[in-house]
Design a protein around this ligand. Structure first.
Ligand code: PLP
Length: 396
């Protein structure tokens, strides 16, 4: 293993734009190439690949990983979130969902569909749920069995304070379920540090695979206890786990090419220095991008202390010459696919910094943004006063 990667990263070989989105993201050429071969899903070679995928992911948990097992689930990330909630929150259980953006809200919506009792602590667009708030709610509501938290809320880019939340949940004797979709593989999440029952993530985020499956990492005793709890055949984590352990196979057609690509992505992840190496590159990407964008006059939604190494929200400039639709088209023409914002009160856009991107790309993004402002005739990238007032709420 080495901590160094070759810089600068090669641009996408087919000339497609860089993806500044939080997955699907720009993948390595060798990851794409790994999909050129066909695999028999029943064959021992593919079973060995599935086994390697599971151990590779478990190893990323670090200290305390022995108590856990990895269960890959076909589908996008949301399928894995739904599978986790349906399998670990018992039919007579009750969940507390911590929401500060779209993905927390989606978890609550899933529980609605599943008919599982739940309460929501809704902090709005981005304010973080805090440990003392969680402790208070759990003390007042002893029927709550599980707390559901989103690690990096990708809709604003905030990194929620997982450590203090997990401590509050552990002190109250409840269980923690984590949506670590956009953080797993780049931000350490070790059971020795954060106590949790299960987490989910997917192939096309920080491990830099292509879309097609998600995975659940769960404590083995919770996997045993999940038998018969799911409402759904295809999303039953216990059934997938038991079948995989018995036969080495997925229960239903596996995304064979996606698994092959993922193994190459895991190899590259390891070669970059694992979670620490990957997180260091993403952190550097963020630091360079934020510095360069601020130099152009853009402002971030979040204070530095809350910025994740995954994705950053910027306010749209107040200048009436600015139009997000035009900005998007100009950036695309210059080779960058950017992402609209998800704030309800103020206009914003997001730039992801995960995937096969490095600081050189980040500088090129900021240069392109500067040229886009000139092309639109925008003289100042400063946001409206209302945006700055919104940000002040986070510091209060
Ligand atoms: C934190 C989080 N949870 C859930 C999801 C949903 O994943 P998918 O869009 O793959 O269903 C995403 C997607 O970006 C996410 O960032």
């Amino acid at each position: 293993m080495s901590n160094s990667i070759s810089h600068p990263i090669d641009p996408p070989r087919l000339g497609e734009p860089w993806l500044l989105t939080p997955g699907p993201l720009t993948t390595a050429w060798s990851t794409k190439q790994a999909m050129l071969r066909d695999w028999g899903s029943w064959d021992s070679d593919f079973r060995a690949m599935t086994a390697r995928l599971r151990t590779g992911l478990l190893d990323m948990l670090g200290e305390g990983a022995d108590a856990y097992d990895c269960v890959p689930m076909q589908g996008s990330g949301t399928f894995a979130v739904e599978a986790m909630l349906a399998s670990f929150v018992a039919r007579d259980g009750r969940a507390l969902v911590l929401a500060n953006g779209a993905y927390g809200k989606r978890a609550a919506r899933i529980l609605d569909y599943l008919g599982r009792a739940h309460v929501v602590l809704d902090k709005g667009d981005y304010l973080p749920p805090r440990g003392d708030e969680v402790a208070r709610i759990l003390a007042e509501d002893p029927a709550i069995t599980h707390v559901v938290v989103v690690h990096c809320e990708t809709s604003s880019g905030i990194l929620n304070p997982l450590k203090e939340i997990s401590k509050a949940v552990e002190d109250a004797g409840r269980e923690l379920l984590i949506d670590a979709m956009s953080s797993f593989g780049a931000i350490a999440l070790e059971p020795a540090d954060i106590r949790f029952e299960a987490l989910v993530s997917s192939a096309n985020k920080c491990i830099e695979g292509v879309p097609g499956f998600g995975f659940v990492l769960a404590r083995k005793e919770a996997l045993e206890a999940a038998r018969g709890q799911s409402h759904s055949l295809s999303l039953d984590v216990h059934a997938q786990w038991a079948h995989m352990n018995k036969t080495g196979q997925w229960r239903f057609t596996p995304p064979t090419h996606v698994v092959a690509a993922f193994l190459e992505a895991l190899r590259l992840h390891d070669a970059e220095g694992g979670v620490a190496g990957r997180g260091a590159r993403y952190g550097r990407n963020r630091d360079v991008l934020v510095k360069e964008m601020r130099a152009l006059g853009f402002e971030t939604l979040l204070d530095d202390a809350w910025l994740s190494p995954i994705i950053t929200t910027f306010f749209c400039p107040a200048d009436p010459a600015f139009s997000f639709a035009r900005f998007y088209e100009i950036m695309k023409a210059r080779g960058f696919i950017i992402y609209p914002g998800k704030l309800t009160e103020v206009d914003s856009f997001r730039l992801g910094h995960i995937g096969q991107l490095d600081e050189h790309v980040m500088r090129a993004v900021a240069r392109a943004a500067g040229r886009a402002l000139s092309e639109m005739g925008v003289t100042s990238a400063a946001p409206p006063q209302s945006a700055m007032a919104e940000r002040a709420r986070l510091c209060a």
